[in-house]
Write a protein that binds this ligand. Structure first.
Ligand code: 13P
Length: 266
């Protein structure tokens, strides 16, 4: 597929905190991150930054971002497919929207594996997110066994097709390609592998939602992203950012990832 429109996509560097940092720690962290990026004169219009703290931190992060007018986007790591009702332990998209969340991660491999989320759950959650004007960050990725058996693209392509099945063509979405074997392993995919899969995911978006949506949708790479490898991923035409786990918990490392354009040789 021809790569079109890549210059119209603002790169997005997103930090998935997973189950780390309580609400007090989140306040200190966000303040320090904001200072660090301000000191470095980071231009948020050039590279957007989003963080995904645990649910219990979201109100604190919202209050801080709003009071200090920080140019940081934030969102939750999951949501319920339901709006309200007898769903003990679940959090509705309506609640997240009230907290001014802009994004929500859906279908992370840890949810798929540890909480038995299927493609059908992921699709229902994507619909729920869009209903509440949250931008879903739809995660797809193959395991090491899938990689061996089917190569890198087959599973992510089929997961994304399923996730987009009920989506309106005007939808605003983000896709994150996270090979399961690369998450937390220190063994990132090669930039060429990430590009190859991202290009195929863009074709899936184009088939499901049309070329215009495909051209404007950010496709992130995730899995052992660090300050030392981000620039190589960002050189790839179909990779529009990163979903960062472990390294997003280290302010120096995360702000260096965000400022990848300043790295030597980019
Ligand atoms: P790591 O960056 O720790 O490999 O985690 C990636 C991830 O799962 C982000 O969602």
């Amino acid at each position: 597929m021809a790569v079109t429109g890549s210059t119209r996509r603002t790169p997005l560097i997103a930090g998935n905190w997973k189950m780390n940092l309580d609400h007090l720690q989140s306040i200190a962290f966000v303040q320090k991150l904001a200072w660090s990026l301000k000191d470095a004169r980071h231009d948020f219009d050039t590279v957007e930054v989003a963080i995904f703290p645990p649910y219990t931190d979201l109100r604190s992060v919202q209050t801080l971002v709003s009071a200090d007018k920080l140019p940081l986007a934030f969102g939750a790591q999951d949501l319920s497919e339901h709006d309200s009702g007898a769903f003990t332990g679940e959090i509705s998209g309506a609640f997240l929207a009230q907290l001014e969340c802009q994004y929500v991660i859906i279908g992370h491999s840890e949810r798929r594996t540890l909480h038995s989320e299927t493609d059908a759950h992921v699709a229902a959650k994507v619909t729920a997110a869009l209903k509440h004007n949250l931008v879903p960050v739809i995660c797809v990725g193959e395991t090491a066994a899938d990689l061996e058996e089917h190569g890198p693209s087959a599973v992510p392509v089929s997961q994304l097709r399923a996730a987009l099945a009920g989506v309106d063509t005007a939808a605003d979405i983000v896709v994150a390609y996270e090979p399961v074997w690369a998450i937390g392993s220190g063994q990132a995919a090669t930039p060429e592998q990430a590009e190859q899969v991202a290009a195929q995911l863009r074709v899936v978006i184009s088939e499901a939602l049309g070329q215009d949506v495909a051209d404007k949708t950010r496709i992130l790479y995730g899995g052992s992203v660090k300050a030392s490898n981000i620039a190589a991923f960002m050189r790839e035409p179909n990779v529009d950012g990163a979903l960062v786990g472990g390294a997003s918990l280290d302010i120096h490392e995360f702000s260096s990832i965000i400022r990848y354009q300043k790295h030597v040789g980019v």
